[in-house]
Design a protein around this ligand. Structure first.
Ligand SMILES: Cc1cc2nc3c(=O)[nH]c(=O)nc-3n(C[C@H](O)[C@H](O)[C@H](O)COP(=O)(O)O)c2cc1C
Length: 404
């Protein structure tokens, strides 16, 4: 058994059964292709590397053979690899991913030039309808060259999916690996959220005690980020409102930040939650708001009393303002005892469409267990990483949305 089998499907089965031709060209970012290849395998894909001659001077083909379990294709032979992998054949691949894509290769593929194994595979794939993704990486001046700009436009006209680079002062730096993988999954995976607009509200609220101190909680925001990532991967249009969280959401997500319950209250009042098909409220929000002290509460007091008043219920506001939206609410309870009954009662009281109930042990944990109750009072249990739970929750949302 090749060592790559030890990691296949380790992260998910989102790319199970998919074969990806990973074309690596002569950018210094070619060193990243080793890790990209391994990540695609971790999601279940079979990855076949193809390398330009310039790429082999930056990363040795043995490294990509180790990462993929396949000998990289370095040139075309009598086996007409471009035809067998990318032509009208039964064994054709599901995607051609050019990562990194040099200025040179981008120019060639938009002109239909096929003078090496990489360009021949891309040109053949474009003719047989196989999705092609390019991930440019180059010096900023090469990127800003008007010919490169024109070629990027041409690539989009040719239905080539471009994962845009991050522009710094000197570089058009290759997109993050997570962004490349998310785009691959979005193109090849389930597309059951296509055309659906989803708002995810996540993270902890932080309520001001004075001008510098806040009262917050241990929610990490990871569940909401995982939900938003999974909506993106399932071809949905997602926006994430993220409160206090140490989680760094990926660059490709559209994110708005909030701090306190009153921030969300204002955002909802201003109509910022309008136009969504689904709203998922998994933020851990304060139920009571402290009376805010102006300036800084001084030290040296023997006792300090702070008054609290009840916070507005965001779930009630969302339900009231957005009657036809599919609303999912999370409910945290101290223990599993009576969790199902409490979740069912909460669903009825709040008039939401789905409740995801968990216990306090989920807060900040990597793995957790949830109980999902739908509007027909059907109950499901799910356990695993936040990514696994996000997959299950989205499937239940999808089931519910179809009933509209
Ligand atoms: C160390 C090194 C790093 C390079 N990095 C890049 C790069 O990031 N982007 C790019 O467009 N070209 C880069 N080049 C130039 C390309 O390797 C060169 O244009 C080559 O002809 C590309 O061939 P290919 O597209 O067939 O791989 C680099 C060259 C070297 C030697």
């Amino acid at each position: 058994m090749h060592p790559v089998e030890e990691i296949r499907g380790e992260k998910s089965s989102k790319l199970n059964g998919k074969c990806i031709l990973l074309c690596v060209t002569g950018s210094v970012a070619a060193v990243e292709s080793f890790y990209l290849c391994r990540d695609l395998v971790r999601h279940g894909a079979d990855v076949v590397p193809v390398m330009s001659e310039a790429a082999t001077r930056i990363i040795h083909p043995d490294a990509l053979e180790f990462a993929s379990g396949h000998k990289p294709i370095l040139s075309l032979t009598g086996g007409v690899e471009h035809v067998s992998f990318c032509g009208e054949s039964n064994d054709k691949v599901d995607m051609v991913l050019v990562s990194p894509c040099t200025t040179n290769t981008l120019s060639k593929i938009t002109l239909g030039i096929c003078d090496n194994a990489v360009t021949a595979c891309v040109v053949t794939a474009l003719g047989s309808g196989i999705p092609v993704v390019v991930v440019p990486a180059m010096h900023l001046a090469m990127y800003k060259n008007p010919v490169t700009m024109k070629n990027l436009g041409l690539a989009e006209e040719l239905n080539i999916h471009v994962v845009k680079p991050e522009l710094t002062e000197t570089k058009a730096r290759i997109a993050d690996r997570d962004e490349i993988v998310a785009n691959v999954i979005r193109l090849l995976g389930l597309k059951d959220f296509a055309g659906k607009k989803v708002l995810v509200i996540a993270g902890a609220s932080a309520e001001p005690l004075d001008d510098i101190r806040v009262l917050t909680n241990r929610s990490s925001g990871r569940m909401g980020v995982a939900l938003a990532e999974n909506v993106f991967e399932r071809d949905g249009d997602v926006e994430l409102w993220l409160g206090w969280s140490r989680e760094k959401p990926p660059e490709y997500l559209r994110v708005k930040r909030f701090e306190s319950v009153m921030d969300i209250h204002r955002m909802v009042e201003e109509g910022k939650a309008e136009g969504f098909d689904v709203i998922v409220l998994c933020a851990a929000l304060a139920n009571y708001l402290p009376e805010k002290h102006r300036g800084k509460i001084g030290s040296g007091k023997k006792e300090l009393k702070i008054g609290f008043h009840e916070a507005p219920s965001i779930v009630d506001e969302i339900r009231r303002k957005h009657r036809n939206v599919f609303v999912v609410a999370f409910k945290a309870e101290e223990s599993k005892v009576g969790l199902e009954e409490k979740a069912k009662a909460f669903l009825k009281e709040k008039g939401v469409d789905l409740v995801v109930a968990n216990t306090l042990s989920s807060f900040g944990a990597n793995e957790s267990e949830v109980l999902i109750v739908d509007s027909k009072n059907e109950v499901y249990n799910a356990k695993g990483s936040k990514d696994v739970l996000a997959e299950v929750i989205l499937s239940k949302i999808k089931k519910g949305v179809m009933f509209f």
